[in-house]
Design a protein around this ligand. Sequence first.
Ligand code: NAD
Length: 499
Amino acid sequence: MSATLSPSSPTPATTPKHGTVRNFIGGAWLSGDGGLLDVHAPATGAVIARSPLSTPAAVDAAVRAATTALPAWRATPIKERVQILFRYRALLERHVDELTALIVEEHGKVDAEARAEILKAIELTEFACALPQLATGEVLEVSKGVECRTERHPVGVVASVVPFNFPSMVPHWTIPNAIALGNCMLLKPSELVPLSAGRIADLLTEAGLPAGVFNVVHGAREVVEAICDHPGIDAITFVGSTRVAKEVYRRGTSNLKRVLALGGAKNHLIVMPDAEPEMTSSNVAASMSGCSGQRCMAASVMVAVGGTDAIVSRVVEHARRLVPGETLGPVISRAAKERIERYITEAEQAGARVLLDGRGVTVPGHEDGFYVGPTVIDGVTPDMRIAQDEVFGPVLAIVRAPSLDRALEIEAASPFGNAAAVFTERGATARYVAERATAGMIGVNVGVPVPREPFGFGGWGESSFGVGDITGRGSIEFWTKTKKTTTKWNREAGTNWMS
Ligand code: NAD
């Protein structure tokens, strides 16, 4: 979803507040080796930093640093490795205000959303601290005197490519678990929000992480392609749009790497006429507008079954109370604002009714910010583009369905499969939807059904390519390979067909 890149040409006279961002390779801060991209604060439109568009040479340098660090790091017992993460977790807590402010500035989230992101990063780190209890091996006497044991080994040098919408949380989906399990990592942040990654590197270093275990290479497509192609990288996780997830999955696996690539989403929330009106409407409004709709778990389509007009009115009322610039942040870029507004106009032209219109919103004092107001559109039909594409803005499309089965058909027609939810007071209806919805994460009276640790996060269909989930217990499989050792010490055991 990133805007088309155009490296900034002549360096303007003024240096932006955060200067030029640097790569972090082998424990050293290094200047990028390619062009530069202006980083805009979405709330004001001002240039606050320059992001390096690194080249494959920077990827190669990071892989060499990680490869050098790997033997000592993987030989460090896991209980010692996680001591660094315990210290890192304490540093995240100590710096929560500063880290929150950085996300507010580079991404545009409102304070509460940015703070929640850091709190989630802390929770993800806590899970990694518990890995010595969870990632143990197994042992069994498989025949008389013969023992089989499995133990987990790191995959090796790994890369994590992340999107713009969570500058800190999504990197924490992978960093703590991968390094706790003994891997050395290269992180490729989004070029639109490069600042938080620098603080992650600072704090990991302060916590005592050895040089080369964690590296950051900034850039865009060229860096990601170099990651997919580099023979020294063993595994890649990607989180971003479906179009790029497919490219990374195809290219990475064709180079024989282990790849898990999470893509975009189009989450359907099915609202039944018996749903509790206040809980439902507040949940739906919060899901569609939180982080300005720029969450892969955001409510995008509300499928209203039967007589739900009273709930629809309440959703509009909740959404109307949001104040851009105060309780609703901007979207990431001018291009995103224009794209989202185009979707609204196109739906209106196709015959949908805009109940609440967020087009053309300006915030006093922040006239150049990239704001889109909360938008609710009724009478959307499944054939409209707004019902099919990921809009990634604070926009809710309401599709009316005559029956629950028709609602489920509409949900199933989407190629995405990240999340789905049902709002009802009947347990049997909830169960019916939970069994049939074609998504990896299901909410029952929950608008943002993110599974929290130790449960894994991951969708189905075009929302995820590869095996397993990116967080929780599932991630242990991804970041390790098992070694199986069969042992016999007692000579009397003799031999049999299996040993
Ligand atoms: P994006 O796909 O544009 O970019 C993601 C990453 O890929 C960035 O680091 C970017 O630099 C890089 N990239 C961009 N174009 C590339 C190309 N052609 N080749 C190789 N690399 C490329 O995504 P975004 O706009 O940063 O993030 C928003 C998207 O991420 C949404 O679709 C959202 O649903 C998705 N997302 C999904 C999940 C999930 O769990 N499924 C979580 C968060 C975000």
